[in-house]
Design a protein around this ligand. Structure first.
Ligand SMILES: Cc1cc2nc3c(=O)[nH]c(=O)nc-3n(C[C@H](O)[C@H](O)[C@H](O)COP(=O)(O)OP(=O)(O)OC[C@H]3O[C@@H](n4cnc5c(N)ncnc54)[C@H](O)[C@@H]3O)c2cc1C
Length: 544
């Protein structure tokens, strides 16, 4: 037996990792320490004697528990656990996917539980791709961002037959989302919204705080204020600075605030600072295992098609609007509404221009929102100047003519017939059914899109910025698809109950865009995050 005196940041888990010893073995020879994650600074820790065997013992072999398929040369910026190891644990909660919904559910569980011994696991189909939102990369300009976000094969995997694109990677689509984070008008105004308004308010506040949502990003920018004044002096009294999920804290007292634009990597990091959890990447959930109407775990596959069964008391599916219903379908979990009520936003995207000489001072960025109201079933976003919105160099001379976007975002009704169809006879490489997405605009949707288009033209004239182009978006484009496991009380018209639990299966939850009962005209992610945190709280209560 050897003795190691624990350092200031040590716990039994870090010591096990440091000395490449199995945690269970370390616990068994340190009975004076009750919790593997409790601080142990200054305590004597017993370590097993080095094995006399000429062959290294299994625990001293290369650390398969860290990662099994990433190239060794790659920088690992988050601790990983192998599926082999995860298959030996029974999790209290197992989360599928690390985008907005999965990240938020994990963050809330870790914040609320702290180091209480509950076991949390996360499986992510993609790999480590980027440890931050693309917009935080200082060398990225607007064109580079658009190119990566919409054309790079790693950041924009097309969904066949549509202009929708997935990101299969740690962090999901939050690696490239543009952080606009309004509350949803429907969540307060619609009698059909399944969560009471005071509760929505509470969870919106928690989500806004966690994501740093603020209207300060463009506040004080001269051109933004001029445009706001023009809107306020016409009929748009509700025009406001765009709420954005940005960290505007200065770095002080040794605290580092370097990631301005939020992504769910921040959720994963904050969760990790609170307590450990097991995370496997390149681990695709293909099937939920159920027994007697209860979730029991997951079948997970690696890219080389090795299959693992992970045990869990609760499973949270956060694999996105397309993938979550596919997993449910493949698991034989059917519900009349699952895969149906698909919705997205319609967009009338205008490009407007203005002359630099008309604004002969520091410009600043423009970020203005005209929100949806009972009379206005659309939202208008004014954003730009295109080369100046994110990292910019104030030394670079401005162009003579600058451009910005004026986008009218329209509400698309949630209708049963808009859906994802699964074809069990056509399977992907994991044996899962191919998905065919079917979404058309109703007459009402087209009427709203027409109103949004008129509003864009009207706003452009109020702002005195002539239109350069105006495009209407087809139904199967846009980045806000949602609704395929919508929350509600009636299993005939909803996939989950108002807490995100799949109707009829206890311990099985959904927390991603697919639970949104309808969309209205607001960008969806803040609402998805708020609901995912509420689902996490519900799971915590159910495990007491
Ligand atoms: C360019 C762009 C800009 C955007 N800007 C905004 C904006 O400004 N405001 C806004 O509100 N929204 C915006 N969005 C939309 C926003 O990104 C989505 O609303 C949000 O990311 C959806 O979260 P999600 O959890 O449903 O899915 P995702 O973020 O897509 O996460 C799904 C996760 O599940 C993983 N996964 C998938 N299948 C499996 C499986 N079988 N097993 C394990 N893991 C799996 C994926 O790899 C991913 O990590 C934007 C989107 C794009 C593309």
């Amino acid at each position: 037996m050897r003795i190691y005196v624990a350092g200031p940041a040590d716990t039994l888990r870090t010591v096990a990792y440091k000395f490449q010893i199995e945690l269970e073995q370390l616990i068994s020879i340190n009975v004076h320490i009750s919790e593997p994650d409790q601080p142990i600074a200054g305590l004597n820790i017993n370590l097993p004697s080095p094995s006399p065997s000429p062959h290294p013992s299994p625990v001293l072999q290369p650390d398969h528990s860290k990662t099994f398929s990433s190239p060794v040369s790659k920088l690992e910026w988050i601790p990983l656990t192998s599926l082999e190891k995860m298959s030996q644990t029974e999790y209290d909660v197992l989360i599928v996917g690390t985008g907005a919904g999965g990240g938020a559910a994990l963050w809330r569980l870790c914040q609320q539980w702290g180091n209480n011994g509950k076991k949390i696991g996360v499986v992510e189909a993609g790999d480590l791709l980027l440890p931050t939102n693309i917009m935080n990369i200082q060398t990225m300009n607007h064109l580079g961002y658009l190119d990566i976000a919409y054309h790079d094969p790693q950041f924009a995997i097309p969904i066949p037959g549509t202009n929708l694109r997935q990101v299969i990677a740690l962090g999901g689509r939050m690696l490239k989302w543009s952080v606009v984070s309004p509350r949803m008008y429907a969540a307060a105004a619609s009698p059909d919204w399944p969560v009471p308004e005071p509760e929505m308010d509470l969870y919106y506040s928690i989500a806004e705080q966690a994501m740093g949502v603020t209207d300060e990003y463009t506040k004080g920018s001269p051109i933004n204020q001029i445009f706001l004044n023009r809107l306020w002096n016409s009929e748009y009294a509700e025009a406001m600075n765009e709420p954005m999920a940005v960290d505007l804290e200065p770095t002080k007292y040794g605290e580092i605030h370097s990631n301005v634009f939020f992504s769910s990597i921040a959720f994963l990091a904050q969760a990790l600072n609170r307590r450990p959890y097991d995370l496997a990447v390149l681990a695709r959930a293909v099937r939920v295992i159920t027994e007697g109407g209860r979730a029991r775990g997951l079948q997970v596959m690696t890219p080389d098609k090795r299959s693992f069964e992970l045990k869990a008391k609760n499973v949270v599916l956060s694999a996105s609007t397309i993938e979550t219903p596919r997993i449910l379908y493949h698991s034989g979990i059917r519900g009349r509404a699952i895969g149906h009520y698909l919705t997205n936003h319609s967009n009338a995207t205008g490009r407007a221009s203005f002359q630099r000489e008309d604004y002969p001072y520091v410009l600043g960025a423009i970020g203005i929102m005209i929100p949806e109201t009972s009379e206005r079933p659309y939202q208008v976003q004014i954003e730009g100047p295109m080369d100046y919105r994110f990292y910019h160099d104030t030394q670079t001379p401005f162009k003579e003519q600058l451009e910005m976007n004026i986008t009218g975002v329209g509400n698309v009704e949630s209708r049963f017939e808009n859906q994802i169809l699964f074809n069990p006879n056509m399977q992907n490489e994991y044996g899962m059914p191919e998905a065919q997405v079917q979404l058309t605009y109703s007459d009402a949707d087209l009427a709203v899109l027409g109103l949004a288009e008129e509003a864009v033209k009207h706003v452009s004239s109020i702002l005195q910025t002539p239109m350069v182009s105006l495009n209407l978006q087809e139904a199967l484009a846009g980045d806000h698809e949602s609704g395929t496991c919508r929350m509600g009380r009636d299993p005939d018209t909803s996939g989950t109950n108002p807490y995100g639990q799949v109707h009829g299966i206890s311990g099985l939850y959904v927390a991603d865009n697919s639970v949104l009962p309808f969309l209205g005209a607001a960008n969806p992610t803040l609402t998805t995050v708020a609901l995912a945190m509420r689902t996490a709280d519900y799971i915590i209560r159910s495990l007491k």
